[in-house]
Structures are given as C-alpha cells and as structure tokens.
Design a protein around this ligand. Sequence first.
Ligand code: NI
Length: 163
Amino acid sequence: MNILQFPNPRLREKSEPVKKVDEKTLAFIERLKEAMYINKGCVGIAAPQVGTLSRIVVVDVTGHKKAEQQSGLLVLINPILLIREGSVTNREGCLSVPDFTGNVERYSGTRYQYVDTDGYDRLLETSGFEAVAVQHEVDHLDGVLFIDRVRNAKRDLFKRKAY
Ligand code: NI
C-alpha cells in the first residue's frame, strides 16, 4: 500500500468512526497489517496513512527492546482514550514523516475502549513504549502528527537521511 507522506493534506483530516466491522473492513485491516510488517522497525500504522479516513489503527511492538509490555498484534477500531496517567518521552518516527525523528512526551499509562475485529467493545490497558505507540497511531485519526507534539523544534527534532 502506498503510504501518504507529510505534507499531504489527507494526513491532516479527521477520520470517521467505523459503523460496522464487515468483510470489507477486515480485508482492509489485513492490508494495513501487511503495510506495518513490511516496513522493518515499524510498530504501528493508522488507516489515514494509506489514505483511508476510518478510525482504525494497528500496533505491534513485539520484539522491540524499549517495550516492556508487549501485547502482540493490536487492532483497534474506534479507539477512545478513557484513562491517562504519567508521562514518558521517547524518540518517535513515522512512515509518513520519513525525514525526521523527534522527542515527544506522552502518557506512560493508558486505558482505551475500542471495538475488536469481531465487532465487540473491548478495553486495552497498556503502558510504556506500547502505550506511546498506540497514542501515536490514534493521533493520526485526528490528523495529528508527532511533529506537532515536539515542544522545541530546534532541540527535539532531528533530520535523518534514510528511514
Ligand atoms: Ni505515524
């Protein structure tokens, strides 16, 4: 799948809730997972990054050295942040912002409500790096990129040569 890159205006739009988890939704999620796993080092991707303005994210931090909590593959449909606590700063990157990484402060502990791939309401409690990855992806659903959350561009934004 083609990954949209900053400053594509579609990345700045607000995504719509998924009304029904049907076969079309599930087929799309499979393609979204492929797009995540094919990009080495990528721990998550959100539907708008491939141009689909639906509230769907996938995250998988398995094997990542910074991740204490590893829940395996997470597919979150219509995620809503219910509880937030603490703070943690990590260097973040994004397939849609390939030229930069940045230090971003986020909640260190979160609880999300979401709909799973069977259409059921679920809760996810997560912390640390995994929680950060989920927050980064959910931001995409509201048109927010990590570069928006970098406090001081001079100090906390870094140019990189290759993804
Ligand atoms: Ni991203």
